[in-house]
Design a binder for this molecule. Structure first.
Ligand SMILES: [Zn+2]
Length: 311
């Protein structure tokens, strides 16, 4: 039996038919058209379901959505970038298609996919951290997605790692996210460039059409002192949050996705070293949390939503 996974984003709605093994058999996407309102979004999801059906009856349909969702009531409680507030998505989709969807937060279902068939396959417990515009997070403990009381758990990006640090979008200051997102890395890079006019980062940024999450890493690889310093500072903050995650969950695997994670070992090797320094009781545990890269890429959201429907 196959399952349908849908990844609802601010720009596109992506869908895929996924088999029991977690493989995508066919996929499709269409624009979200947020400005047309919630009912139009539901219309788009229903149209995508019909497009992918092709005479097949699915074992279930799962939907990954940004923001806070409640799988128990079937509501999207708040997804600000989609203008969905307390929207009964389950009823809306059931009315249109007959399918009673399962609902999950997009980062949570992506973590479910990485845990089941991606970077964390076979692991006891997996945390996925997405280092993008913000810091997304999903926690899967013994195969089960951690959602909390009404779906709002796993917001690790909003734990404060430095009191009175820079302002976060959530209202607090000094969150993990304001130090460890790609946005934070770009801010640190820009600040260092202003401080070091001779740094190789200036030429590197010029060559690639502007400062981005790669600028400091490229400069470090070319032996640039200021670039290396930016990477060191970024990794230090990232390690603070990652160590907190380890101290709370002690997962077997923490897998990284998002733009900054594309650095691979250039990021992970110094991160492991710094985390080892900060980790609690590190001298006594026999096995350590493995810090690795995610493997499913953009497909994680669709696969995870389908796996949720299978659950
Ligand atoms: Zn925050």
């Amino acid at each position: 039996m196959n399952y349908l996974g849908i990844d609802l984003g601010g720009t596109n709605i992506k869908g895929g038919v996924v088999n029991e093994a977690g493989e995508i058999l066919r996929e499709a996407s269409r624009p979200t058209h947020v400005k047309n309102g919630p009912e139009a979004i539901a219309d788009g999801i229903a149209a995508l379901i019909r497009e992918l059906e092709q005479g097949e009856t699915f074992g279930g349909v799962g939907l990954g959505c940004p923001g806070t969702v409640d799988d128990e009531s079937g509501e999207v409680l708040c997804a600000f970038n989609l203008n969905l507030i307390r929207y009964d998505m389950r009823t809306a989709i059931e009315k249109r298609t007959g399918y009673r969807i399962r609902l999950g937060n997009d980062a949570n279902v992506a973590a479910l996919a990485e845990a089941a068939v991606g970077a964390g396959k076979g692991a006891h417990s997996v945390v996925v951290l997405t280092l993008g515009t913000g810091v997304g997070c999903g926690v899967v403990l013994e195969g089960k997605m951690l959602t909390g009381y009404t779906g709002a758990a796993s917001e690790l990006g909003h734990m404060v790692i430095r009191e009175d640090g820079p302002q976060c979008t959530c209202g607090r200051k000094g969150c993990f996210e304001v130090y460890s997102s790609a946005t934070a890395l770009i801010r640190m890079t820009t600040e260092a460039m202003a401080q070091y006019p001779d740094s190789a980062m200036h030429r590197i940024a010029e060559e690639s059409g502007g400062v981005d999450g790669r600028t400091a890493f490229t400069a470090k690889a070319r032996g640039d002192h200021a670039g290396a310093e930016v990477v060191r500072t970024y990794v230090k903050f990232l390690a603070a949050g990652v160590t907190n995650v380890i101290n709370i969950f002690f997962p077997e695997v923490i897998a990284f996705s998002g733009g900054v994670a594309n650095q691979g070992e250039a990021l992970l090797a110094p991160l492991r070293e710094e985390v080892r320094r900060q980790e609690f009781g590190t001298a006594y545990v026999k096995k350590h949390t493995r810090l690795i890269q995610c493997t499913l890429g953009y497909q994680a959201g669709v696969i995870g939503a389908a796996l949720l429907a299978k659950d």
